[in-house]
Write a protein that binds this ligand. Structure first.
Ligand SMILES: Cc1cc2nc3c(=O)[nH]c(=O)nc-3n(C[C@H](O)[C@H](O)[C@H](O)COP(=O)(O)O)c2cc1C
Length: 238
């Protein structure tokens, strides 16, 4: 597929045929992830590849995402400072930089690798879906995947043979996302238009419901933040 066709065709797939992707294709997808850019060559990410259906099903139940069970392969992307520490230790050095700041760079590295993989999967005719819901069961994942300290499960990516062809989901207009030469504040008519455009992704027609569900007090992200911080402390990031 031509590059822009791949970008246009990718969308989150949440229904998969229960068949396995040939392992050679999964390796090609992983190679696309390996070749992604990485800040300062540090490679502050890694991913746990879950192909075993029993384990995948257990994780799907833990995080409440049935499409993870249906998909062929599931990758859990980690912020990974553990490998950096091992590399430095091997040469008699240690991490002295602020680990919380490194966590941000790690999340960027991981996202770049994962998006390369999502696009590679699309180019090969497969479907994929990012899974932030791994945050619903971080402690369980840490023990199930035997994650060492200085690693943190950021998000997942499920890949499989699609059993649906979802419509393209709307996005904000380009001039709300890209600021030319300098940042500019949003006009009221743009904010109104944003709700109209994005309302199409929601059942109620009102995007505010989604924004609130995630970002409000006691919303999903608010509830997750205490857990995230406690896990990050336990794993040595803070
Ligand atoms: C970091 C991240 C986390 C996400 N987490 C989930 C998730 O847990 N479950 C899910 O079904 N979709 C998840 N999504 C998919 C988004 O809902 C989806 O990308 C968005 O609605 C736009 O739809 P599209 O990808 O089809 O264009 C996630 C996407 C991203 C980038």
């Amino acid at each position: 597929m031509e590059f822009f066709e791949v970008v246009n065709r990718r969308r989150s797939v949440r229904r998969f045929k229960r068949v396995k992707i040939p392992e050679d294709d999964v390796k090609k997808i992983m190679e696309a992830g390996r070749l992604a850019p990485t800040d300062a060559t540090l490679h502050l990410w890694s991913a746990v590849w879950i192909r075993d259906d029993v384990k995948k099903s257990e994780i799907a139940k833990l995080i409440g995402q049935p499409h993870v069970e249906e998909g062929s392969d599931f990758f859990i992307f980690l912020a990974d400072l553990y490998r950096l520490r091992e590399l430095l230790k091997y040469r008699g050095r240690e991490i002295v930089a602020n680990k919380l700041a490194l966590f941000v760079f790690a999340a960027v590295d991981a996202a770049l690798a994962a998006e390369n993989m999502a696009l590679a999967a699309t180019a090969l005719g497969y479907g994929s879906c990012f899974i932030g819901a791994v945050q619903n069961a971080v402690y369980d994942l840490v023990s199930l995947l035997k994650l060492p300290d200085l690693t943190y499960p950021l998000f997942g990516l499920v890949i499989g043979v699609p059993d649906e062809d979802p419509p393209r989901r709307p996005r904000l207009p380009a001039d709300m996302l890209f600021h030319r030469e300098e940042y500019r504040a949003y006009r009221e008519d743009e904010l109104k238009a944003a709700y109209e455009i994005m309302g199409r992704v929601t059942r109620s027609g009102d995007w505010l419901r989604i924004l609130e569900r995630y970002a409000a007090r006691d919303g999903y992200f608010d509830k997750r933040s205490d857990l995230m911080i406690s896990v990050m402390k336990r794993l040595g990031f803070m």
